[in-house]
Write a protein that binds this ligand. Structure first.
Ligand SMILES: [Fe+2]
Length: 227
């Protein structure tokens, strides 16, 4: 079999891939089922903003943001692996990895919002990923403060995910490591993270949200001890 020729993804191609089949006219973007597309657009914009502060390739990071959730075109619950396969098939061999790594802080399969993937998926993800790159880290972080309507704080986004979806025994560690990742960027950027995103919603309740998160973890911890 002939080797697939590796292609380089641009933001222009990535946006076309993201919209293809789902958004044919501007109004389609407003549809409820396309919330993940709006979120992906903000992840791309957020990633490009971080890149410009760090002197990285803005266009490439925007492209990675646009396509990180591309597997959702086929199936939400399996979007991580499906997205990887879609991008591999298209010849974006390097960029395909972002689909596998975006949900796991520092590419650690246990550091995710919920309980994480099944054993079979875990095996596939581990076999096809390497150590986290700066590109992985930027998309991982953007995924956790970009909503479908714009930027918010990591605290507000996690509070929303943990209360609306699920809180698990992993959640406290996931929050700590997400905060550690944000702190790592503050050192690299040389300024507070939210100075890069002063337009994030929830800045005025940041401290309150932090306290609410810690209270949630405490309640969850007590429940686990009682079991
Ligand atoms: Fe995402």
């Amino acid at each position: 079999m002939e080797d697939r020729k590796e292609k380089l993804l641009t933001s222009n191609i990535a946006l076309k891939l993201l919209l293809f089949g789902n958004v044919n006219k501007l109004e389609d973007l407003e549809k409820g089922e396309n919330a993940w597309i709006r979120h992906s657009i903000y992840v791309g914009i957020g990633a490009a903003r971080i890149a410009s502060f760090m002197g990285l390739d803005k266009d490439y990071l925007m492209a990675l943001g646009f396509i990180h959730d591309i597997g959702r075109k086929l199936d939400h619950s399996n979007h991580v692996i499906l997205g990887y396969k879609i991008l591999q098939e298209l010849g974006f061999l390097e960029e395909a990895k972002i689909s596998l790594t975006h949900s796991f802080i520092e590419n650690d399969i246990t550091l995710t919002c919920g309980m994480g993937p099944s054993d079979l998926k875990r095996k596939f993800i581990i076999e096809n990923t390497d150590e986290a790159t700066i590109y992985d880290n930027i998309i991982q972080l953007c995924d956790l403060f970009c909503m479908d309507s714009g930027f918010t704080t990591i605290e507000r986004r996690l509070l929303d995910i943990y209360t609306r979806k699920e809180i698990t025994k992993n959640s406290n560690r996931h929050y700590r490591e997400t905060t550690r990742l944000k702190d790592k960027f503050e050192i690299m950027l040389g300024l507070p993270f939210y100075e890069v995103f002063p337009d994030a919603l929830g800045l005025e309740t940041l401290e309150e949200d932090r306290k609410k998160l810690l209270e949630l973890f405490e309640v969850e911890n007590k429940k686990l001890k009682l079991k």
